[in-house]
Design a protein around this ligand. Sequence first.
Ligand code: HSE
Length: 429
Amino acid sequence: MLKIAVCGLGTVGKSFVDHFIKYQDLISKNCGQEIEIAIIADRSIDKKKFNHDSIEFSSDILSVIDSDCNLIIELIGGCEIALQLVKKAIQNKKSVITANKALIAEHGDELFELSKKNKVYLGFEAAVAGAVPIINSLTHNMLNENILSISGIVNGTCNYILDQMSSDNKDFSEALKNAKELGYAEADPTFDIGGFDAAHKISILAMLAYNIKSPYKNMHIEGIESIETMDIDYATELGYKIKHIALAKRTNSQIECRAHPVLIHQTNILSNIDGVMNAVSTRGDRFGTSLLYGHGAGGDATASAVVSNISDYCNFSHKDLDRYSKKDTNDELVNVMNINDICSQYYLRIFANDVPGVMAEVTSTLASHKISIEAVTQHEPLKDDKLIPIVMITNSVSYKSILSSINTIESLDNISGKINLIRVFNDND
Ligand code: HSE
């Protein structure tokens, strides 16, 4: 009999318990052994919500380590009590399944080593893109492939908000409120809209694809806070949609790892990933491009990924842990490329006084920084405003060049406020 302890009874915890109980017989049959939830631990547990005599309830999370459960399912989130629990569990030879992306992105290097040393299973399929089986793909199906790049829409909340702003004309705060009500957003939604959740997820994928230590602390992260409805409208006129993308890519002997909004051409399949849906596109030098699509947020999608790890655990051999072992720090592939050196096309939205010669001033400043313009549109002043919005798409230039040029443009007399700068997604990534 395999006894499971479930720690954390929030949205995902409740969905997991419901899912497990409903399919307990099937899960046990497919895993070749009887499996039961023996303990549920949560600091503010409401026992009345459950009517399962066989399950013990505890408000002392760490107590599960001394129980006779062999598998601990961590659904608490964050890196405080969750980290303490997971480390202690592994040190006590308990296997762990977690949905916690922050935990794996920020402490995965240590936890992989610890699980290898103690020969216990550590599953985290639910940590990236919910029901999209990208962890399994990278650690099994694509294990022997040379991965050139991974790019994906991995934050359901950002995707939902941008989609609502684009197709339903909702404003940012209303769309965020809906995302929270639907259970997509993190407890602190600044993790979603600030890009940190997507950054955690792409860090995990980069660790697996490139066999490197977590790039999280060295990667570039931007959220969607500066995207306004007018940017979505102007992008649409130019044939693009705005999405929040996370990307990891091998460039020469370095790894690019970043999470930020992009203009993505409407002909690119990722531009059609709408609502809360996630998609991860992986490119290999032999297999070409593979696209995985599915629900990336919400209790049921995440719980389903946790359940998939139970079967994995039942077939686990400690040799599998070599899949996560890292090359040493001298390896040429551990360097995360500095964002200043990464080249991209850019969308610029500039507010200017409607006076003769202003466009020439902007274009000559860009030219003096060796930046050329691939598309430009000038718009009517916004309501109650005399300023005219100018929208440009540049050629591919380094981040440091574009920053330096927009600093100069912002200092021109006829330019007002900050320029909004958004990268244009390269279809070859
Ligand atoms: N808040 C996350 C999202 C949930 O919106 O994608 C899944 O990690």
